[in-house]
Design a protein around this ligand. Structure first.
Ligand code: FNR
Length: 406
């Protein structure tokens, strides 16, 4: 496995590096997927079944990867997906991701269960950084309203409501890697750090508790979990995921979107976790600015389709959706060519989850390099495909016969 960020030539190299460098608890939490991990495989398999139909002799010297994402300019059709618990891998955790988004001019959707508070992240980067906030609605709606108000105040530019996780999926890798006895004993002596995630509605936002979070030090090399996951003694036998989802309101429904829009002061709403054409049409009906075709990195419902399959389904049954909102995708994307396949089918942009989390094993250097590799791959392959900008990447540049036969 590569031992430095510079030695990683592609995103899969970061996965190999992370498996050897991260503590087993961090690796198990990041890598885990639901049930028998079939959807995990489908997310990747979808790309193997699609061929390109490249065009030639088209003067591809200039190449422009920029695109518009909910009204903001992004330097490429790529963003950092919301993923919890960055500090399991690195002391700076999500700060590395925010700085990478700022340096590369791409969006970063901060997780509701981030291990650095959303306010601290906003303070870390220039004001024009494309920070979006991912919301899990609290059973106590007033707490969510308070968060949305503060998110808008902190300068976040959109709200991403994740709708595929009313409860956590069954992730056995994560369940198997329980806290060992030494870690549990260590934590039980720290009564003051038994708290919810800093961004979760009950979480610590005060300086004192953030100090405690920082005091946890270089997490990969200690036996401790970060502040947002300090388990109660009972939670020592729980998976990280189960411990994190306890506040999420499973009663959320379409009618609540209006309330979220009002509470967030009119920020654009992105609905993350759309998995069929009917729900894509409903999201348009309820006024979402964007939807993310996502199976949550195959961590929720086993048997859910890959985003490419959902994209094809929307093209077939609800094609008008593409005129009404932006369609984003995530799940299993690892190459510039994967991104180009989604763009050709009408996606606006593509999110990356695990690759950035794995890259946290190398801190900023790792996360910056993931974005650089994606930019280089996108530039090179856009040209090889015969296009010079994203609007020239068209459905006719793909052969989808095989995937559509299934
Ligand atoms: C996630 N994901 C996620 N999604 C979300 O809306 N809120 C969250 O807090 C998290 N947390 C989270 C943690 C970890 C470790 C992973 C791997 C994923 C899902 C994430 O946003 C995205 O949908 C997937 O990660 C995309 O798939 P890939 O790129 O990981 O294959």
């Amino acid at each position: 496995a590569p031992t430095s960020a510079a030695a990683c030539l592609n995103l899969d190299d970061f996965e190999k590096a992370a498996e050897t460098l991260l503590k087993s608890k961090a690796w198990a939490y990041y890598r885990s997927a639901a049930d028998d991990e079939r959807t995990f495989s489908w997310n990747r398999d979808a790309f193997s079944t699609i061929r390109f139909r490249p065009r030639v002799l088209r003067n591809v010297r200039p190449v422009d990867l920029t695109t518009s994402i909910v009204g903001h300019r992004s330097t490429m059709p790529v963003y950092i997906s919301p993923a919890a618990m960055g500090r399991l891998a690195h002391t700076e955790g999500e700060k590395c991701l925010a700085r990478t988004a700022a340096a590369h001019g791409i969006p970063y959707i901060v997780s509701a269960n981030s291990s650095v508070s959303f306010e601290d992240l906003a303070a870390e980067v220039p004001k024009d950084t494309l920070l979006f906030y991912q919301l899990y609605v609290n059973k106590d709606r007033a707490k969510s309203e308070d968060i949305l108000r503060r998110v808008a105040q902190a300068g976040y530019k959109a709200i991403c409501v994740t709708v595929d996780a009313p409860v956590a999926g069954k992730r056995e890798r994560d369940e198997r890697t329980k806290l060992d006895d030494a870690a549990a004993a260590d934590l039980s002596t720290q009564a003051s750090v038994r708290r919810a995630p800093p961004n979760a509605p009950d979480g610590p936002q005060d300086k004192k508790s953030q100090g405690i979070a920082q005091g946890l030090g270089s997490l990969p090399f200690t036996r401790r979990l970060p502040a947002n996951c300090q388990p109660t003694p009972a939670a020592a036998s729980e998976s990280v995921a189960a411990a994190m989802f306890s506040y999420v309101d499973p009663t959320l429904s379409w009618a609540d979107l209006d309330w979220i829009r009002r509470a967030s002061n009119g920020l654009p709403i992105i609905i993350k976790g759309i998995q069929c054409a009917e729900d894509a049409a409903l999201a348009a009906h309820y006024g979402a600015a964007a939807i993310v075709l996502s199976n949550h990195g195959s961590r929720q419902l086993e048997g859910a389709p890959s985003s490419i399959e959902t994209l094809l389904e929307i093209r077939k049954f609800e094609p008008q959706v593409f005129e009404k909102l932006e369609v984003w995708c995530d799940g299993g994307y690892r190459r510039g060519t994967d991104v180009l396949k989604a763009i050709a089918l009408g996606a606006r942009c593509v999110g990356f989850g695990r690759p950035f989390m794995y890259a946290l094993a190398f801190g900023d250097e790792g996360t910056q390099r993931v974005a650089t590799i994606l930019r280089e791959e996108l530039k090179q392959n856009t040209r090889l495909l015969g296009a010079t900008k994203m609007s020239e990447v068209l459905p006719s540049m793909l052969n989808t016969t095989e995937i559509e036969r299934n």
